[in-house]
Design a protein around this ligand. Structure first.
Ligand code: ATP
Ligand code: MG
Length: 361
């Protein structure tokens, strides 16, 4: 929960010294700007916009059901049009049980962090509204909704393999960016990476959303932080759930689960299946490195002539390494980006050869 996490963070901040060299201490955006002069930080030079409740109501026709695009654990998401004509997604946060003053501070802390992040594969935060007890986050609008709906949800059109590979690559690049120190000077772990948090724009390019659970990672020797377990069933790193040790590799595990969803078209957790088949990783992990068995788990809705078995095998192999129980045996997100680029080349070349041989006939 975003506010739970920021609250824990603030508590820790209060209990520690005010030394700004400690990566655990929250630093306001201005502080980061002084310290970090890299070009990434300058793109948002206008900062996030601040909206009033009236502006949010006007944008969404008073939060009419016609504008409702989704509902998540933290509230509802509406499509809206700002006065400028820009189409946006307005996330109306439900903040039950949070004291007003504390909620306000924490909300601003979160927005400060979010507004530092800037990458083509991350959903942009345009602004926010903190008016009385109301809290909204305003994001760029993603016309094609979330990935899960295209794989096994409400959307009719099923994605072909090159499209799925492109989504995997975009998501990998977004996560690799968070894990690198380039956004706010130190690595960030997403903590709730999943197929409903991968949104698709008008060209089906993937962008990662919901950084509310993001947690800044400490630098130096310490490579993990302990925290309350947040996230979503089906995507939990087993090491994280058993020890509470949160690492960047916890995101890699969740990324591996999304790769399996792309490959099989199945859900990370499907309660309609029998007790042994509800968890996707447990269901398919033992089949991923067996070429013959692998064919049985390929999404039957995927157009057959859009993939080569070789690229599927490489993809499944990468997924199986991402979901290894031992976090130090998983690849980094940077490695995942490189591997997916190779897989895309392999598939393109393979299909080109098939087309070529068909033309020869
Ligand atoms: N920027 C956006 N543009 C278009 N649609 C969006 C946007 N953000 C969210 N949505 C839609 O609203 C839905 C609900 O989003 P929300 O983030 O609240 O919940 P979730 O990610 O589905 O689940 P959870 O609360 O467990 O994280 C998403 O699944 C997506 O379909
Ligand atoms: Mg979400």
């Amino acid at each position: 929960m975003p506010f739970g996490f920021v609250s824990a963070w603030n508590k820790r901040r209060r209990s520690k010294s005010q030394d700004h060299s400690d990566p655990w201490i929250y630093k306001p955006a201005e502080f980061w700007q002084l310290e970090d002069q890299t070009p990434q930080t300058t793109k948002r030079r206008h900062g996030s916009s601040v909206f009033t409740l009236k502006e949010m109501e006007d944008a969404t026709c008073s939060f009419s059901d016609d504008n409702l695009v989704g509902k998540g654990g933290f509230g509802r998401v509406y499509r809206g049009i700002l006065k400028s004509g820009q189409v946006v997604a307005v996330k109306k946060m439900e903040l039950l049980g949070i004291k007003e003053a504390e909620g306000e501070l924490e909300f601003r802390v979160e927005v400060d962090i979010l507004s530092r992040l800037d990458h083509p594969n991350l959903v942009s935060l345009i602004g926010y509204c903190a008016d009385g007890k109301h809290r909204f986050l305003v994001y760029e609008y993603m016309h094609n909704g979330n990935l899960q709906d295209h794989l096994n949800g409400i959307k009719v059109r099923r994605m072909d393999w090159p499209q799925r590979l492109r989504v995997a690559l975009g998501a990998a690049k977004g996560l690799a960016y968070l894990h690198s120190s380039s956004c706010v000077g130190i690595p960030i772990v997403h903590r709730d990476f999943k197929s409903t948090n991968i949104l698709l724009d008008v060209n089906f390019e993937a962008k990662i959303s919901d950084f509310g659970l993001a947690k800044l990672m400490p630098e130096g020797e310490e490579t993990h932080v302990t925290a309350r377990v947040f996230g979503t069933f089906g995507y939990f790193d087993p090491e994280y759930t058993s020890t509470g040790k949160l690492t960047l590799q916890s995101d890699v595990y969740a990324f591996g689960v999304v790769l399996l969803e792309l490959l099989t078209g199945r859900r990370a957790v499907d309660l309609n299946q029998g007790p042994n088949d509800q968890n996707l990783v447990l269901q398919v992990r033992h089949l991923l490195n067996d070429c013959k068995m692998l064919r049985k788990v390929i999404d039957p809705d995927m157009i057959r002539n859009s993939y080569t078995i070789e690229s599927i095998f490489m993809f499944a192999n990468l997924a199986s390494r991402c979901v290894r129980p031992e976090s130090n045996e998983r690849p980094s997100m940077k490695d995942c980006v490189k591997e997916i680029q190779i897989i895309i080349c392999t598939n393109t070349k393979g299909l080109g050869m098939v087309m070529h041989s068909l033309r020869m006939l």
